[in-house]
Design a protein around this ligand. Structure first.
Ligand code: BGC
Length: 776
């Protein structure tokens, strides 16, 4: 059995009456582990997401090795996209490396049959290990203990390990079967994984590995449209019994079978080690997978190296919280999910909205990455941040095609992006009701703020790292060519003598066609200011590259002058006297709403009111003006007014559908509430964000981890409760710790130096408290 030190339960008071879903079972936790103490088939798919493991190259959901009806076993590899109707392209579910069928005297181990006498599944966040401990009685009464363990090596991204220890216990059934029992294990690579009903793979070849022992097989497959080749190789070792082996290499289903006898109390250990490569990594994946497998050390050695790699990662990325064990665990859980998603090895991939943990949003990449997830990497794992931003550089050609197609200059990043950067947001979503009309998705045409969001992330990466060479070779081109797009997109309104942006969708997607959205306009203004600054810096620091880039982008001195005029004359709707920013022109004229009148509810306001009605009301899906104020917290946002944040918070927070609108809201609201000194609200929002997937509080965790929310959780702790401001000289903390937190520790890398923060509350709970910050 697993040695579990149960110190608490994720069983918080419900955030509202609908927060605790019917049938949900509490998870148990320690500082570093999450444990599911019993199996509930109702939660099968959500918990598969929760127990995802990964290593920045791939993610594998927590599906059972032996399978279960309705399960969604999924392994996603960064960048392995393939064409699919309607939504253009999606991450293809890769061959399933987990499959392990165990039978005892011909009776197959499966949790939907027989009796579960004990069950415990545990994710060890510190070392990236998923384990499961089961005592199972077969329908005929044979009782077995099974201990599973798996990992995706962080030390070597192409290596996966799985172990199963089997111990026969007794035979108390009516059909008594004396020991020894004949146990058979089928360990497979399943080349027919299902991607929501679609089979992306062509079977190319399979074979046996000539190691003299006959204990290895390999599989070679290729995506149907994008022609990405993938190969996996597997070997099996059986310890504690005299085992025979056999290979059954059926088309697309490479299997190693092993059989042995066992008596009561005898523990047999089965170790499955898998290697995986694609043609995006190497020229000949089939050879690479076999070569790597042939040279691999034993399972235990691989496991040690994997653990050490995790130790090194947590050295920089961990957050320690004292006084609140729930917060400690849930923060680490969210950081774990980010760490297993970010690659520093492949600069042509980025993190999808649902990470690599599920097929929601089909593996497409949104602003979630740059605005919500990236700050964590920029300030704790800068190599990963650099790689993620370089993905945007490599997709500039797609962004240019989108701009040209839409009649603009420069580069216009796609709202949803995949391998090439071309727009892959579906045009409409198909309702399940056969008589309902398709719903047009306007984000692909109108939600244009993304180009400024990416520029924002590039600039902040440069500010944090001082990585001049990256800015010179990659970042400058991103910022300048997207500025060229804005130049052609802004409209001059002669009568009002101002530049405007009409027909857009802001961060709040409940309003689908608006003019002069404050968030978009101010971000664009900031973007143009930054473009001017970056070009001047380039001219000064690297004049040769500045001239070459200007020539390549056809960027002239007249253009830069025009940018200055646009900056000065770009309209941002606000009331200079009160400091209230109008979300877009005419927002204040819309019918107002009191969201409390709709409580209790279990759906978004758009689902309650319908799309058209929601468009006509002052209700927000997610922060828009507040998002702007959050992003511009270290800048002069607009207008220059004393209580601009408080003023706008008081107006917009009560009108935001924060529980059911967007999962991107709670973490940002938590940061802002902490900065405004409302500790209780900040903590409530923070917990809502941090438990998004652990409690499945939006009911869609089965589709994958909410990556933006996870990134927002880190930001809420560091920028909200830690009150970190990134000053030129160093990051400075002004902590606003939740009442129960007695200590908060984390590290930030600022311009190549690590800054350790060790924050405690002041006795009087004043906003500024004892802060010991040191550099190492
Ligand atoms: C949100 C977007 C977000 C997307 C992916 C949508 O529901 O409104 O802001 O980018 O989900 O997470």
């Amino acid at each position: 059995m697993l040695d579990l030190n149960k110190i608490g339960e994720i069983n918080l008071p419900a955030l509202d009456p609908h927060d605790a879903l019917p049938g949900s079972h509490a998870l148990l936790y320690t500082d570093w582990t999450v444990t599911e103490p019993q199996f509930d088939p109702e939660q099968l798919c959500a918990r598969e997401t929760v127990f995802t493991i990964g290593n920045g190259y791939l993610g594998t959901r927590g599906s059972f090795e032996e399978g279960f009806p309705q399960a969604l076993p999924t392994t996603l590899i960064h960048g392995v996209y393939d064409d699919v109707p309607v939504i253009y392209t999606e991450l293809a579910n890769c061959p399933d490396w987990l499959s392990l069928m165990i039978s005892v005297n011909g009776e197959r181990f499966r949790l939907d049959r027989g009796e579960i006498l004990h069950y415990e599944r545990q994710l060890d966040l510190r070392h990236g290990l998923l384990s499961r401990s089961v005592r199972w009685r077969s329908p005929t009464g044979k009782t077995l203990d099974l201990e599973f363990q798996r990992f995706a090596s962080l030390d070597d991204q192409h290596v996966l390990g799985l172990r199963c220890q089997i111990t026969p216990i007794d035979c108390s059934g009516t059909l008594a079967e004396p020991f020894p029992w004949k146990i058979e294990v089928q360990s497979s690579l399943n080349g027919y994984p299902d991607t929501q009903g679609f089979d992306h793979w062509e079977q190319i070849d399979r074979g046996q590995i000539e190691q003299g022992t006959g204990q290895g097989v390999w599989l070679q497959v290729r995506t149907r449209s994008s022609h990405i080749e993938l190969s996996m190789a597997v070997k099996l070792a059986v310890m504690g019994a005299d085992a025979s082996f056999q290979v059954t290499n059926a088309h697309g289903y490479s299997t190693l079978m092993s059989a042995f006898s066992a008596i009561a109390g005898q523990t047999i250990s089965i170790e499955k080690v898998v290697t995986v490569f694609t043609s995006q990594d190497v020229e000949m994946p089939v050879q690479a997978a076999q070569d790597k497998l042939a040279n691999l050390p034993a399972y235990g050695v691989l496991l040690d190296a994997h653990r050490q790699a995790w130790d090194a990662v947590w050295q920089h990325s961990d957050i320690e919280i004292e006084g609140d064990r729930t917060a400690q665990l849930v923060v680490r859980y969210n950081l774990f999910q980010l760490l297993i998603s970010g690659s520093s090895h492949d600069v042509r991939v980025s993190i999808p909205a649902k990470t690599l943990s599920g097929l929601g949003y089909r593996g497409h990449i949104f602003w979630d990455t740059e605005i919500f997830i990236l700050p964590f990497f920029t300030l704790t794992q800068p190599a990963i941040a650099r790689s993620l931003l370089t993905y945007r550089y490599h997709t500039l050609e797609g962004a240019r095609r989108k701009a040209t197609h839409s009649g603009y200059q420069g580069a216009m990043f796609s709202w949803e992006s995949a391998a090439t950067g071309d727009e892959v947001t579906p045009r409409s979503s198909m309702p399940t009701d056969p008589y309902a009309e398709a719903v047009r998705i306007w984000c692909r045409d109108r939600e244009i703020h993304l180009s400024a969001d990416i520029a924002y992330a590039v600039w902040h990466y440069w500010q944090a790292t001082g990585d001049d060479h990256w800015l010179r070779d990659y970042g400058a081109e991103i910022i300048l060519d997207t500025a060229m797009f804005w130049m052609s997109r802004l409209e001059w309104h002669a009568q009002q003598e101002r530049y405007e942006l009409c027909g857009v969708i802001g961060a709040d997607e409940y309003h689908e066609q608006v003019n002069n959205n404050a968030f978009t306009n101010r971000m664009v203004q900031w973007h143009l200011e930054t473009a001017v600054a970056v070009y001047e810096w380039l001219q000064h620091a690297f004049p040769y590259q500045a001239t070459a880039l200007a020539k390549q982008l056809q960027l002239t001195a007249e253009h830069r002058l025009l940018w200055q005029t646009m900056i000065a004359k770009l309209y941002i709707p606000h009331d200079a006297k009160t400091g209230l920013i109008e979300q877009f022109e005419g927002f204040f004229q819309l019918q107002d709403i009191d969201l409390s009148k709709y409580e209790p509810r279990d759906r978004s306001m758009q689902a309650v009111l319908g799309i058209d009605e929601t468009n006509q009301r002052q209700v927000l899906k997610q922060p828009d003006v507040l998002m702007l104020l959050y992003l511009m917290r270290d800048t002069q946002a607009l207008p220059a007014h004393d209580n601009v944040l408080q003023k706008n918070w008081d107006y917009y927070a009560p009108r935001t559908d924060s529980t059911y609108g967007s999962s991107l809201t709670p973490a940002i609201h938590a940061s802002l509430a902490a900065n405004l000194g409302d500790a209780a609200d900040a903590y409530k929002q923070f917990m809502q964000a941090a438990l998004t997937d652990l409690k499945d509080n939006r009911g869609n965790t089965r589709d994958g981890i909410h990556g933006a929310s996870a990134g927002g959780v880190w930001q809420a702790v560091v920028f909200g409760f830690g009150g970190i401001q990134l000053k030129d000289s160093a990051p400075i903390a002004t902590p606003h710790l939740p009442p129960s937190w007695t200590r908060l520790k984390f590290k930030l890398n600022w311009r190549g130096t690590w800054h350790s923060f060790d924050l405690v509350p002041s006795p009087a709970q004043k906003p500024f408290s004892a802060c010991r910050s040191s550099c190492n």
